[in-house]
Design a protein around this ligand. Structure first.
Ligand code: B1M
Length: 232
C-alpha cells in the first residue's frame, strides 16, 4: 500500500510511532503533526511523544545522513517536519505551572546552525519554570556578552553539533574569564559531539547530555549557588 493510503489513526501505538519515524524521514510535516496529535489524544505525555516519536525519528535520520544515504536538502525537510511536531508540543511542555526558577540565556555557537536540540532544551527549561532567552544560532562571543548585559541571567547555555564549532565554547568561557565575569554565571554546554570531559576541559560547569538531564542539572546547580550565597 502507498504511504498516502495509510490512515494514521487506524494504526496501533507501535505501528503509528514507526510510521511517524518514516514520515519524519520523508519530511512529511502534516503527517508528523497528525501523528503527534493522535498520540496525545491517546493519552501519551508530551515528553514521551517527543522522545519516542520525534527525537528517535531524528536519530534515524542522523544515521543515514552520516552514511551518505540522505543529504542536506532531505535532512532539512526532516528537520522542518520535526519542528512542526515540536510546535504542537511546545505549549504543553511549557505549561507545567512549575515554580519560577532562574533565567537562562541559551544559543548555538558561532559557525553552527543546528538548533533543534537547543530549542528542545529551551522548551523543557521553560516547562521547569526557567525564563529562557534564546539567542538563536551562529552566536559569536559578543552576542553572549550583549545578552548577559541586557538580561542578567543565572545560566549561560551553549549548544554545538559540529566538532568544528564546539571549541568555540572555550572562546566564550575564556572571554568571561578575561573580563572577570566567569564566576558570576553557571555555564552549561550541550550537543551531540560533546561529553563530560570536553565540558570540564573548556571550563564549563556542566554538560547536558539531553534536555531532561540539562533541566535537572540546572536546578541543582542553581540551588547550590543560592546556598553558597546564603552561606549554608
Ligand atoms: Co547537520 N550534522 N550538518 N544538519 N545534522 C550533524 C550534527 C552530523 C553529526 C550528521 C552526521 O554526519 N552524522 C554532522 C556533524 C559531524 C561532525 O561534526 N563530526 C553534521 C554535518 C556534517 C552538517 C553539515 C556540515 C553538512 C553539510 O553542509 N555538508 C551542515 C553544517 C551546517 C552548520 O551548522 N554550519 C549541517 C546541516 C544540517 C541541517 C541544516 C541540514 C540540519 C539542521 C537543521 C536545524 O537544526 N534547524 C542538520 C541536522 C538535522 C543534523 C542531524 C541529522 C540531527 C541533529 C538534531 O537535530 N538532532 C545531526 C545528526 C546527529 O546529531 N546524530 C547532524 C536531534 C536533537 C534533539 O538532538 O541536537 O543532539 P541534539 O540535542 C540534544 C542533546 O545533544 C542536548 O539536548 C538535546 C535534546 O535532548 N543538547 C543540549 C543540545 N544542545 C544543548 C545545549 C545545552 C544542553 C543540552 O545547553 C545547556
Amino acid at each position: 500500500m502507498a504511504d498516502d493510503d495509510i490512515i494514521l489513526a487506524n494504526l496501533d501505538d507501535a505501528a503509528l510511532v514507526e510510521q511517524m519515524h518514516q514520515d519524519l524521514y520523508d519530511g512529511l510535516k502534516d503527517e508528523v503533526v497528525e501523528g503527534v496529535n493522535i498520540l496525545l489524544a491517546r493519552g501519551w505525555t508530551p515528553y514521551k511523544t517527543l522522545t519516542e516519536s520525534l527525537v528517535e525519528g531524528m536519530r534515524i535520520v542522523g544515521i543515514d545522513f552520516r552514511d551518505g544515504i540522505l543529504f542536506v536538502p532531505e535532512v532539512l525537510l526532516a528537520a522542518n517536519a520535526m519542528k512542526a511536531g515540536m510546535a504542537v508540543l511546545r505549549p504543553l511542555l511549557i505549561a507545567s505551572g512549575a515554580p519560577r526558577q532562574g533565567r537562562i540565556v541559551i544559543g548555538t555557537v558561532k559557525g553552527d546552525i543546528h538548533d533543534i536540540g537547543k530549542n528542545l532544551v529551551g522548551m523543557m527549561m521553560e516547562g521547569a519554570g526557567f525564563e529562557v532567552i534564546d539567542l538563536g544560532i551562529n552566536n559569536g562571543v559578543e552576542k553572549y556578552l550583549a545578552a548577559i548585559e541586557e538580561h542578567k541571567p543565572d545560566i549561560i547555555g551553549m549548544s554545538a553539533l559540529l566538532t568544528t564549532t564546539m571549541p568555540y565554547m572555550k572562546v566564550v568561557i575564556d572571554t568571561l574569564k578575561e573580563k572577570g565575569m566567569r564566576d558570576d554565571f553557571i555555564v552549561m554546554v550541550g550537543g551531540a559531539p560533546l561529553n563530560e570531559d570536553f565540558a570540564k576541559a573548556v571550563g564549563a560547569d556542566a554538560y547536558g547530555r539531553d534536555a531532561a538531564v540539562t533541566v535537572e542539572l540546572a536546578k541543582d546547580l542553581l540551588m547550590r549557588k543560592h546556598n553558597q550565597r546564603m552561606g549554608t
